[in-house]
Design a protein. Structure first.
Length: 252
């Protein structure tokens, strides 16, 4: 059985004060979360605060990006070992905003996956098509290419150390959620693609859905066979909404 994971992606939001309040709220309601593992991915500069607030709770935390390099002259970059130094368990790699605004290629993302894995972090690998790509009917080709880049660099067994997140770009922050059927179709495709190389890895792989997931649609999405949780942007910034999604997994 795959344990569902609900991970918040705060993106570039928050302040010391707002994070104090948000995590206070999440901590006070976490007792109602029976099934899902819960994590928050914070802007790196706030990780010491997140660690201080979450240490000793069942809530894990992580970064939103990581360098492909171990250390050295890479101004502005953050190494996997640094994230680990502040107690991170997870790190998001290949979010569509990084791919689009920071021109991260599939190969760069695969190298980030490798760097995170080598350090002992659990990478959350994001894949997803744009609206244009969906309309052209190339959704499967796009997510396959993004997934294959990691398999080519690291081998299929490397997926046993990570989490996959299907995030249709057109659904991110738009309020336009993929229907449970649309999401399930891609999740099943991704799992089958991994199964083609290693059935056991595919069976154990958690595939999260991301893109305007909310308390109101989380349960029906997570009810689908191949949807093992969510990567939550906007709704992760309010404790009540985030907890609503985390508890929606109770029915699984
Ligand atoms: P959203 O973002 O929930 O605000 O759509 C999801 C994500 O980008 O991870």
């Amino acid at each position: 059985m795959r344990q569902p994971l609900v991970a918040g992606n705060w993106k570039m939001n928050g302040s010391r004060v707002s994070i104090e309040v948000l995590l206070g709220g999440v901590k006070s309601g976490i007792g109602d979360v029976k099934v899902a593992e819960v994590a928050v991915c914070a802007p790196a500069i706030y990780l010491p605060q997140v660690q201080a607030q979450l240490r000793g709770t069942p809530i894990a935390w992580g970064g939103q990006d990581v360098s492909t390099h171990e250390s050295g002259a890479y101004t502005g970059e953050i190494a996997a070992s640094m994230l680990l130094d502040f107690g991170c368990k997870y790190v998001i790699v290949g979010h569509s905003e990084r791919r689009a605004y920071h021109l991260e290629s599939d190969v760069t993302v695969a190298r980030k996956y490798a760097a995170a894995r080598a350090a002992g972090l659990i990478p959350i690998l994001c894949v997803g098509e744009t609206l244009d790509e969906r309309e052209q009917g190339v959704t499967e080709a796009v997510v396959a290419r993004q997934l294959d880049a990691v398999i080519e660099l690291e081998g299929v067994a490397a997926l046993a150390d990570g989490v996959l997140a299907y995030e249709p770009v057109w659904a991110i922050g738009t309020g336009m959620t993929a229907t449970p059927e649309q999401a399930q179709e891609v999740h099943a495709f991704l799992r089958a693609r991994v199964a083609g190389q290693d059935a056991a890895v595919a069976e154990g792989l958690r595939i999260l859905y991301g893109g305007s997931m909310k308390p109101g649609n989380a349960a029906e999405l997570m009810a689908k066979t191949d949807i093992d949780g969510g990567l939550i942007g906007g709704a992760a910034l309010q404790a009540e909404d985030f907890l609503g999604i985390c508890t929606a997994a109770n029915g699984r």
